[in-house]
Ligand binder design. Sequence first.
Ligand code: SF4
Ligand code: SF4
Length: 161
Amino acid sequence: MVGKSARQRRLVDEVEALYEWIDAQLGRDPVRAGRCAACGACCDFVTYDHLLFVTPPELIYLSDKLGTDGLKQMTSGRCPYQQASQCTVHAYRFAGCRIFCCRGEADFQSELTEAALRRLKAICERFEVPYRYADLATALTCFVTSSDRSAAGPCPGDRRG
Ligand code: SF4
Ligand code: SF4
């Protein structure tokens, strides 16, 4: 379990290193990665018909950077971190936000996503955080912060079976 501890700091450092790795992969092949115009359209998930999936380590990372009060629930079809078409958490945005580009190659994005998820799964195993790959609305609803237990609480569906 991960509390506000040196262990959590290591987890946060590992997610940060992963994001740096993703950014480096994108920078190595900008043509296949695609050039994002930062229009913000894909952050309005319902209108754009897009889903953003995230994992617990990414939410732990974001919570660490923003503080518990900084985490928001989705109250509409739009990402709660978007304001006036701008990402308010750009430096801390999720792996999916970094990798997806409407102007990039789907195969490239798919391969990079799989590689990133393998690393996120490994982080979960190392830090005993339940791995889950959930859409942002569900993930934010299920995310529970606590000082002495896992920062990623189980979703109701995790208890089935
Ligand atoms: S975190 Fe930022 S980039 Fe990602 S969906 Fe939300 S507003 Fe868009
Ligand atoms: S990926 Fe495309 S839709 Fe999304 S912000 Fe960039 S240019 Fe706009």
